[in-house]
Write a protein that binds this ligand. Structure first.
Ligand code: COA
Length: 371
C-alpha cells in the first residue's frame, strides 16, 4: 500500500455582491441573451470594498480546515494558485499563512492561469506522496474584477471573483489523488495575458493611459484551444491512473464557458450530467473555479465515497492539467461540536492579535535601529 494525498477538507468563498447580465447590459453594449447563449453565464460575484484575493482565500481555507477538523498549526504547506495576488510580493500564501496562524507551514503562490489549482493540487499531492509533508492546503483565489476592463464587452462579461480550497492529507489507505498530468505551451502566451505591470512593461503613466493593466484575450483562439485540450487532458490522466472513462463518476472542468464544457462532454462521449457545471452563477473565476465547483458538487450530493472524480483545467500560459481523485472520506462530513467551532473563532482572534504584536515588535526594534 503506498502513501497518497487524500482530500479531507474543502471550502469556498464568493463575495456577496452579484453582478447580473442585465447589470452589464447597462454598462456596455451587450445583452443577457448574448451572454447566456454564447457563454452560459447568468451572473458573477464581485468583491466588496476591502475584500481581496488573500481575504477570500482565508475564508475558503478556514472552511476547509473546519471540514477536515484540522488545526491551522498542523498545516505544513500552503499553496495559493492565483493570477491576481494581493501584491507581487509578499506572496498571497504568506498573507494566508499569517491570517490562519499556520505557524509551521511553508507558503508560496503559483501562477498557472486557470489551471493553477490543478498545478497546486498536483505539486502538493506529489510532495505528500513523496513524504515531504503530511498536511497541505491548496487554494485557488482570484479577484479578476481588478484586472477586467469594464468597458470591454468581449471580456468583462466572462469573469468573476471567488476562492476555493482543499486540505490534503497523507494516508496509506486506497484512494486520494491517484494521478495528475500537467502541460504548458508558452507559444500561446499572447492569447490571454496582462500586458503591463511586470518587468517587460513596468507601470507608468503611459501603461495606465493605454489601459494595459487589464487582461487581454483572443477569445476565439482560446476557445479552440480549450475544446481540444479538455478531452485530451481528461483521457491522459485516466490513462496515467490506469482507468477508463467508464470508471469516471464525475468530471469537474474549469468553468469558463458552458459551450466549452458541453463540447468536452460530447468529445469524450459522456452524458452531460456526468460533467459538473456552475458557470451560470459564477462566470470564470480562473484558479478558483475548479475548487468552487468541487465544493458545490460535494454540497449538492453529487460526490460520494468511492467515486472517481476527475478535475480538468486550462488557462493562460497556455497551461492545462487534470487530476484523477478517488474520493475517500465519508459524506456529508461529521458536523463540528459547538466547542470546536468556538475554538476556531477564538484561535483566529488570537492569531490576529499575535500578528499585530509581532508587527509592533518589528516596528519598535526597527525604530531603535534607526535612532
Ligand atoms: N455582447 C455582445 N456582442 C459581443 C460581445 C458581448 N459581450 N462580445 C463580443 N461580441 C460580438 C463581437 O464583437 C462579434 O461581433 P462581430 O461579428 O460584429 O465582429 C460577435 O459578438 C462574435 O464574437 P466572437 O468573439 O466570435 O464570439 P464567440 O462566439 O467566439 O464568443 C467568447 C466569444 C469570448 C464568449 C468565446 O470566444 C469564448 O468563450 N472564448 C474562450 C474564452 C475563455 O474561456 N477565456 C478564459 C480561458 S481560461
Amino acid at each position: 500500500m503506498s502513501r497518497t494525498a487524500h482530500i479531507v477538507g474543502w471550502g469556498k468563498y464568493v463575495p456577496s455582491r452579484v453582478l447580473t447580465n442585465d447589470d452589464l447590459a447597462r454598462m456596455v453594449d451587450t445583452s443577457d441573451e448574448w451572454i447566456r447563449t454564447r457563454t452560459g453565464i447568468v451572473e458573477r460575484h464581485i468583491v466588496n470594498e476591502g475584500e481581496t484575493t488573500a481575504s477570500m482565500a482565508v475564508r475558503a481555507a478556514r472552511e476547509a480546515l473546519q471540514v477536515a477538523n484540522m488545526k491551522p498549526a498542523d498545516v505544513e504547506l500552503i499553496i495559493v494558485a492565483t493570477v491576481t495576488p494581493d501584491h507581487v510580493f509578499p506572496s498571497t500564501a504568506c498573507l494566508v499563512q499569517d491570517a490562519l496562524g499556520a505557524t509551521r507551514a511553508a507558503a508560496f503562490d503559483l501562477s498557472a492561469g486557470c489551471a493553477g489549482f490543478i498545478y497546486g493540487l498536483s505539486v502538493a499531492a506529489d510532495l505528500i506522496a513523496g513524504g515531504a509533508y503530511k498536511n497541505a492546503l491548496v487554494i485557488g483565489s482570484e479577484t479578476l474584477s481588478c484586472i477586467t476592463d469594464w468597458s470591454d464587452r468581449a471580456t468583462c462579461v466572462l469573469f468573476g471573483d471567488g476562492a476555493g480550497a482543499v486540505v490534503l492529507q497523507a494516508n496509506d489507505a486506497d484512494g486520494g489523488v491517484l494521478a495528475s498530468i500537467l502541460g504548458a505551451d508558452g507559444s500561446g502566451g499572447g492569447l490571454l495575458y496582462l500586458p503591463a505591470g511586470g518587468s517587460r512593461l513596468p507601470t507608468s503613466h503611459e501603461t495606465v493611459d493605454q489601459r494595459l493593466h487589464y487582461l487581454q484575450m483572443k477569445g476565439r483562439e482560446v476557445f479552440r484551444f480549450a475544446v481540444e485540450i479538455m478531452p485530451e487532458a481528461t483521457r491522459d490522466v485516466l490513462k496515467k491512473a490506469g482507468l477508463t472513462l467508464a470508471d469516471m463518476s464525475i468530471l469537474i472542468p474549469h468553468q469558463a464557458n458552458q459551450r466549452i464544457i458541453e463540447s468536452a462532454a460530447r468529445a469524450l462521449g459522456v452524458p452531460q450530467d456526468v460533467v459538473y457545471s456552475n458557470v451560470a452563477r459564477y462566470g470564470n473565476t480562473s484558479a478558483a473555479s475548479i475548487p468552487i465547483a468541487l465544493c458545490e458538487a460535494v454540497e449538492e450530493g453529487r460526490i460520494k465515497r468511492g467515486d472517481l472524480v476527475v478535475c480538468v483545467g486550462f488557462g493562460a500560459g497556455l497551461t492545462w492539467g487534470a487530476s484523477a481523485i478517488r474520493w475517500s472520506v465519508p459524506l456529508p462530513p461529521a458536523p463540528l461540536s459547538r466547542w470546536k467551532k468556538a475554538w476556531y473563532q477564538l484561535h483566529y482572534r488570537y492569531v490576529a492579535i499575535r500578528s499585530l504584536v509581532r508587527r509592533f515588535i518589528r516596528w519598535f526594534f526597527a525604530r531603535g535601529v534607526e535612532e
